[in-house]
Design a protein around this ligand. Structure first.
Ligand code: FMN
Ligand code: SF4
Ligand code: SF4
Length: 353
């Protein structure tokens, strides 16, 4: 990994025989990768430039105070202008642009910049096709030592790829273990043949069952001993150049997505805390596909689910809502059919006043 600051990079370029093009400076439509590729005729860049910086900052308006004056503002007139937004707010835009160019011109050197604030973010950019990484806001937020952290973190992430028992990890995060309030889930359903929620009389009943189980548990049992897997690398550690563009085959246009592979939400009642956020989100902003049991407060996903993932996005419990393959055919419902009386009534001319 070679971290750069823009100004160092720019200075380096003055010695180069060919320019490196910073697209966000050459194009008004910053952050729009189609514009980068089409308007800038990027395909003609190889041979004319040694690489491209994607994206630099993205144009934005920072904010307005309660009295309508902007911040930041200049002079007694309090005028402002559009300025460059940086940091992790722009990372999705930068990732989009890097991957679009990575797919359009395989192997063309891309200096990725925009929201790299960890080794994980750096690896994401490498996977998206970046050849170099530039870190600015994160250094400004702390100091230059973050670069050492990111290099060490990237080495660790590459090393993890050699360990088969870490296949399920997401970067440095281990897989989520099913839990309630930090404690492993006990199979209550296997005993009382129904799920019990975690409040009121249900909770007391649950606690009584767990106490009874623990009273008869063999505390010296092997099953209670945590066995740590031995970290034996099974392959050689990949080098940075081995992982550049690794994600590009996964990324492309909507038309390449298989719309036949529909998904639906599946709620895990063991980890659900009965908060109702999924119900509210699906009801008010989704497809009214969740019912909420008035007694147990367990949410249930109905066949109306479109697989939009809104409920999974708002659920406060990690992995409590997972998206799984739909088992029934999906018939999109687009509101009232045109032949209903309401629609017909709307099409009839207004009676004369
Ligand atoms: C305070 C500040 C000053 C910057 N100065 C320059 C500059 O002189 N030349 C340049 O090419 N980019 C400049 N940038 C843009 C950064 O090099 C970088 O491309 C952009 O901030 C996105 O990366 P980041 O999210 O890591 O900050 C500046 C950014 C900030 C926040
Ligand atoms: S995935 Fe969307 S439609 Fe399905 S239950 Fe969740 S919010 Fe509702
Ligand atoms: S948002 Fe999650 S925790 Fe809350 S009720 Fe829905 S599934 Fe349960």
């Amino acid at each position: 990994m070679v971290p750069f600051f823009s100004r160092f990079f720019s200075r380096g370029l003055s010695d180069a025989t060919r320019p490196t093009i910073k697209l966000s400076e050459t194009l008004p439509a910053q952050g729009n990768s189609e514009a980068y590729i089409e308007d800038a005729d990027l395909f003609s860049f190889p041979g004319k430039a040694d690489g491209v910086t994607v994206t630099n900052t993205v144009s934005g308006l920072m904010g307005l105070r309660g009295n309508a004056t902007p911040w930041p503002a200049v002079g007694k007139e309090q005028r402002t202008t559009y300025g460059g937004v940086s940091g992790n707010a722009i990372r999705p835009i930068a990732m989009r642009a890097v991957s679009a160019i990575g797919n359009a011109i395989p192997g063309f050197p891309i200096l990725a910049t925009g929201g790299i604030d960890s080794a994980d973010a750096g690896l994401q950019f490498l996977h998206a096709g970046a050849t170099l990484l530039q870190v600015c806001s994160a250094v400004q937020n702390q100091d230059l030592t973050v670069i050492d952290d990111y290099i060490m973190g990237l080495k660790a992430l590459l090393y993890f790829q050699t360990l088969p028992h870490m296949e399920d990890w997401n970067g440095q995060s281990p897989p989520v273990i099913k839990q309630q309030k930090g404690k492993p889930i006990i199979d209550i359903e296997g005993i009382v043949h129904k799920k019990l929620p975690n409040f009121g009389a249900f909770l007391s009943q649950k606690q009584a069952i767990i106490s009874e189980l623990k009273a008869h548990q063999d505390l010296l049992s092997d099953s209670l001993v945590y066995k740590r897997a031995i970290s034996e690398p099974q392959t050689s550690v990949p080098r940075v150049k081995d992982v550049i563009g690794k994600a590009l085959d996964y990324i492309g246009s909507f038309s390449r997505l298989d719309t036949a592979q529909q998904m639906v939400a599946l709620i895990d009642e063991d980890t659900c805390i009965n908060c109702g956020k999924c119900y509210m989100a699906c009801n008010d902003s989704g497809y009214q596909a969740i019912t909420f049991d008035p007694v147990t407060h367990f949410p249930k996903v109905t066949d109306e689910c479109t697989g939009c993932t809104l409920c999974a996005s708002v659920c406060p419990i990690i992995d409590c809502i997972r998206m799984v393959a739909r088992q029934t055919p999906y018939e999109p419902k687009r509101g009232l059919p045109p032949s209903t009386p309401i629609q017909q009534a709307k099409r009839e001319p207004m009676p004369a006043q």
